[in-house]
Design a protein around this ligand. Structure first.
Ligand code: 5AD
Length: 352
């Protein structure tokens, strides 16, 4: 697709035209990743975070938030729920906890790999090459690190660097993850205040050129206890910027499917949060083939407060699967089996 066409699609608002874009993405999805919907069990094992991201509710400066950290037993119990639900993958996610004991965490990963037949995805923030290597050797298969926006000035503003690691660059970490043999996930938030249409074009270009296999795309959702929420519609925003609507995110998702046909694309929790009745389904009809429902123990869910009213806080994964199942049976989608590796990862590994 030509740049001008991408530009036009990003700004398209005619429902009939959009239906044709989404139908095209759905066709590409079926051809390249098939009809399986892969479920990943999300285990939010700690909300402790040293960062002060302007958009995220678990930022360290949010002093009103009670902090928690699951112990090994609690993580293993959560993982067992994924096995019981017949999920092939778990995602161990947390804030960027500087006190995460990597050796202890590696031992948890080893136990998980020994006792359960699961692919393990980690999402634990910016880590050193040595730590990432240790975690890979312990058995981690995949790693998620969104770059959030390709606009580096905006990124620096909303994701202030730490004095202890001033030069940590997310693109470099994505390269390192690839080097280490991880299946790599990244992604963006759509409609960040201060972002531009050109930034979105660049985001889409990066999706095609970075060594990434899964791409998470969700609308930015303002969290009242964060600085960025206070700028919405004010001086920080451009007059003409991509909106943070579900429709805008769906357009970016559909274009990503067309431009990166062999990647795994989740229908994100942020989409479901904006439309709790059919947010996931909308994503699945616009090119997505993955859903990552939380299976975190109920008592911790509300504390993993990255944005307000996050979908899944009071709902069992069983009920969600039932709903998705019922809605999508008619159009021939089926729950995935096995780890659900992205074809792009297989291609990249093969071509290495
Ligand atoms: N709105 C939408 N997505 C958010 N995330 C964090 N805060 C928000 C927010 N306010 C996303 C980021 C992060 C992922 C774990 O959650 O993209 O990478």
């Amino acid at each position: 697709m030509k740049q001008v066409q991408i530009q036009r699609w990003l700004k398209e608002s005619d429902p009939k035209q959009l239906r044709s874009l989404f139908a095209e993405a759905d066709k590409v999805r079926e051809k390249h990743v098939g009809n399986e919907i892969h479920f990943r069990g999300l285990i939010e094992f700690s909300n402790i975070c040293q960062r002060s991201c302007w958009y995220c509710g678990i930022r360290s400066q949010n002093l009103s938030l009670e902090r928690y950290k699951m112990n090994r037993q609690q993580i293993l119990e959560a993982a067992q729920r994924a096995v019981d639900l017949k999920f092939g993958t778990i995602v161990l996610q947390s804030g960027e906890d500087p006190d995460l004991d990597i050796d202890d965490f590696c031992e948890t990963i080893r136990i998980l790999k020994r006792t359960m037949n699961l692919a393990i995805t980690l999402s634990v923030g910016e880590r050193s090459f040595d730590e990432l290597a240790k975690l890979k050797i312990a058995g981690a298969d995949r790693y998620l690190l969104r770059f959030e926006t390709s606009n580096s000035d905006l990124y620096k503003k909303i994701h202030p660097p730490l004095p202890s690691k001033p030069n940590f660059d997310r693109f470099e970490i994505l390269q390192q993850l690839d080097e280490l043999g991880y299946e790599v996930g990244s992604g963006i938030m759509v409609g960040i205040p201060g972002s531009t249409w050109d930034d979105l074009m660049e985001d889409l270009r990066l999706f095609q050129t970075l060594p990434i296999d899964m791409i998470g795309i969700g609308p930015y959702i303002p969290h009242p206890s964060t600085p960025l929420a206070k700028t919405v519609g004010k001086e920080f925003s451009n007059e003409d910027q991509p909106p943070n609507t579900p429709e805008m995110a769906l357009k970016v998702l559909a274009l990503t499917r067309i431009l990166c046909p062999d990647t795994n694309l989740p229908s994100t929790t942020a989409l479901e949060t904006c439309d709790p009745e059919k947010g996931y389904e909308n994503g699945l009809l616009c090119g997505a083939n993955v859903i990552m429902p939380t299976i975190t123990e109920m008592k911790f869910r509300g504390l993993y407060d990255i944005y307000p009213r996050k979908a899944g806080q009071n709902r069992l994964a069983e009920d969600l699967i039932l709903r998705i199942h019922q809605n999508l049976k008619e159009i021939g989608r089926v729950p995935g089996t096995g780890p659900g590796m992205a074809p792009r990862f297989v291609h990249r590994t093969f071509e290495r």
